[in-house]
Design a protein around this ligand. Structure first.
Ligand SMILES: Cc1cc2nc3c(=O)[nH]c(=O)nc-3n(C[C@H](O)[C@H](O)[C@H](O)COP(=O)(O)O)c2cc1C
Length: 219
């Protein structure tokens, strides 16, 4: 069994990565032999979809596959072969970061046919867990349309791979030391209090989600 964890934050040890790490601990609590394939997306060099349509061309050897050759090629194949997928991501400008969007274009578009009903070529239902972290409070996320944007992205994932579970860590602590940055709109004291109270709960939710995915895989 292999679970792929994609950390879509450029930071390898901050909110998103810590939540993903806790998820993997949950997985291992159920079965320590599950292979965790951890991918830091920002270490890879790749582009978004090139609109070549090789994935849709009649008779193409790339039908249903992305033809672009770069660092994402192997990752896309690994996702096709894995047993579970975790995508951890910060929210950038109200949605997932552009880099993750580039990956999703290549993964989801190649597997979506233009047949009536847009049949998925993925061929099975993959357990998918989305883990989000964002600066906003739940109210700000709702007001800013972030949750709508998340839902749209998840609809595409659901159609092609399988309906994702999701968890969200709101109001994250963005800097290790707020005093070093020019920040007027956040109160460090409030952020620290929220983090102290809430982040352990978010980590626990990630742990439980990891256990949940592993239990389903071994049911
Ligand atoms: C370029 C950029 C854009 C951001 N845009 C948003 C945003 O629109 N809404 C939000 O709530 N947080 C936004 N944030 C904050 C991050 O989503 C938040 O700090 C997140 O927890 C960072 O994840 P990390 O600690 O794993 O890197 C942004 C951060 C950056 C660097």
């Amino acid at each position: 069994m292999e679970i792929i964890v994609i950390n879509s934050s450029p930071r390898k040890d901050f909110n998103t990565a810590r939540l993903c790490e806790r998820f993997t601990e949950g997985v291992r609590a159920v079965n320590e032999n599950v292979r965790i394939n951890w991918i830091n997306l920002y270490e890879l060099k790749f582009t978004g979809c090139q609109s070549c349509f090789a994935c849709k061309k009649k008779g193409s050897t790339f039908y249903g596959k992305c033809a672009v050759r770069d660092d994402l090629k192997d990752v896309l194949q690994q996702i096709e072969d894995c047993d579970g997928l975790v995508i951890g991501t910060p929210i950038y400008l109200a949605s997932v970061p552009g880099y993750l969007k580039c990956m999703l274009e290549r993964l989801l578009f190649a597997k979506t046919t233009y047949e009536s009903g847009y049949r998925s070529l993925f061929g099975r239902k993959l357990p998918v867990q989305m883990i989000y972290s964002m600066n906003a409070t739940p109210e700000q996320a709702e007001e800013g349309g972030f949750l709508t944007n998340i839902a749209v992205t998840e609809d595409f994932i659901a159609h092609v791979l399988g309906t994702p579970q999701h968890l969200i860590a709101y109001n994250t602590y963005q800097f290790k030391d707020y005093s070093l940055y020019d920040v007027e709109v956040f109160s460090e004291t409030e952020k620290a209090a929220y983090r102290h109270y809430q982040f352990p709960k978010d980590l626990q939710a990630a742990y439980e989600a990891g256990k949940g995915m592993a239990e389903k895989l071994f049911a």
